[in-house]
Design a protein around this ligand. Structure first.
Ligand SMILES: *Cc1c(COP(=O)(O)O)cnc(C)c1O
Length: 397
């Protein structure tokens, strides 16, 4: 396999036209109006929580995603927490999510005092499986009495939400998930932190559930330095989110009156200025990322057919392409190695060669804080954890 690893690393260097230097997994690109807008903030003195870029960024993001309203937030993790609170995730309830996700998903559930329950993913989408979800609900819950939400038969706790995540930008079967959840009266919060620019059946991810959440962290497809956003199809709920993120202050020319416990989750104007400049370039970022993905796809197909011919018993290295019915932003490209040993050998080889690669996150149910949580049979999640490697995916301008 050593020869194959060498070819992969060479291909990555060829794509990034970087014969020797270190190649990161995902670096931000600032080739638009970033400096102009930032200067405008400083010159006008509107650098903090009020300013035109906040409003503009929200408007343009709603337009791009097709959401009725978008509400900015300090980061994606807090946006998730707020979204969960807003759909009624309270203390001692349970939230169904996937174990194959970034820690923020499970942490946000914990901040509410709720317990995550980990349900398996599908292999092709790498996100929550609607079939596994339905089966788990059928076998483990009975209808609630107090309100319509179901109760977990094993623990007596209410199932307060379902949180699917669009892994590495590839959309999950979100329509099927929403259909199952509707049947059980469970609200869906979509963790779309990685899938800005990804569509399922022509509709933007994050606009299928009750609330969708985006992140603009430094490594995401679009960055505001740090930041997040909530997407709504329900304008009333969006207005409530805006109120909660701004200390629940009742608008008044001078009086300080707050009508509930709110949060200081506002995104500063300088971050929104950066975001707006980045958003203007999003179509070209996505074009570049999809082109890189196709180059990888071609390369790995050839590689696979090549070494299948030489040794039919060798399991090929597979490149993960967008699931059917979807258009992915290809935020982080993924390959699947034959097994865990090969995965580890390739990780060592590529990182030592100055090409940054990473395994998928350790499954949530294997982490100290979540290892006592209930789980479904996690066969696909474990299969993916053993094999998945992210390879460099930065936009090329
Ligand atoms: C990045 C990310 C978040 C939130 O990230 P912040 O860094 O808090 O903006 C949440 N969920 C997933 C899956 C993510 O990848």
């Amino acid at each position: 396999m050593e020869q194959v690893y060498k070819q992969i690393v060479q291909k990555i260097r060829e794509i990034y036209k970087e014969p020797e230097e270190f190649i990161p997994l995902h670096a931000p690109v600032f080739s638009g109006n970033e400096k102009n807008y930032l200067n405008e903030c400083i010159d006008s003195s509107f650098v903090s929580s009020v300013g035109k870029f906040v409003d503009l960024f929200e408007e343009k993001m709603a337009e791009y995603t097709g959401a009725k309203k978008a509400v900015v937030c300090v980061n994606g993790t807090n946006a998730l927490y707020l979204a969960l609170k807003m759909v009624g995730v309270d203390k001692d309830t349970e939230v169904l999510t996937q174990p194959l996700t970034f820690i923020a998903t499970a942490n946000a559930i914990s901040y509410c005092g709720a317990q995550p329950v980990f349900i398996d993913v599908d292999r092709d989408t790498m996100g929550l499986s609607p079939v596994a979800l339905k089966i788990w609900l059928e076998q483990n819950t009975h209808p609630g009495t107090r309100n319509a939400k179901p109760i977990n038969k094993n623990t007596g706790r209410e199932i307060s939400a379902v949180v699917p995540m669009h892994t590495f930008g590839h959309p999950v079967r979100i329509d099927e998930i929403v259909a199952v959840c509707d049947e059980y009266s469970i609200p869906v919060v979509e963790d779309a932190a990685e899938s800005l620019g990804s569509f399922y059946r022509g509709k933007h991810t994050g606009t299928f559930g009750k609330i969708g959440v985006l992140s603009f962290n430094g490594n995401k497809i679009l960055t505001t330095g740090g930041g997040g956003m909530l997407l709504f199809m329900d304008e009333e709920l969006a207005a409530k989110a805006k109120h909660l993120t701004t200390q629940a202050k009742i608008p008044h020319p001078w009086e300080f009156v707050h009508d509930e416990i709110g949060y200081n989750y506002r995104m500063p104007n300088i971050n929104a200025a950066l975001g707006l400049a980045q958003l203007e370039q999003l179509p070209s970022f996505i074009k570049s990322k999809r082109k890189i993905a196709w180059e990888y796809d071609d390369f790995f197909r050839l590689l696979t057919s090549g070494f299948k011919r030489r040794n039919p018993n060798l399991f090929p290295v597979l490149f993960v392409t967008e699931p059917s019915l979807s258009e992915s932003n290809y935020w982080l490209n993924c390959i699947l190695m034959p097994n865990r040993t090969e995965r580890d050998t390739f990780l060592k080889y590529s990182n030592e060669s100055g090409v940054m690669t990473r395994p998928v996150w350790r499954l949530m149910n294997k982490l100290e804080m979540f290892k006592k949580c209930q789980t479904d049979e996690l066969l696909n999640s474990e299969w993916l954890e053993d094999r998945l490697v992210n390879i460099p995916s930065s936009v090329i301008v």
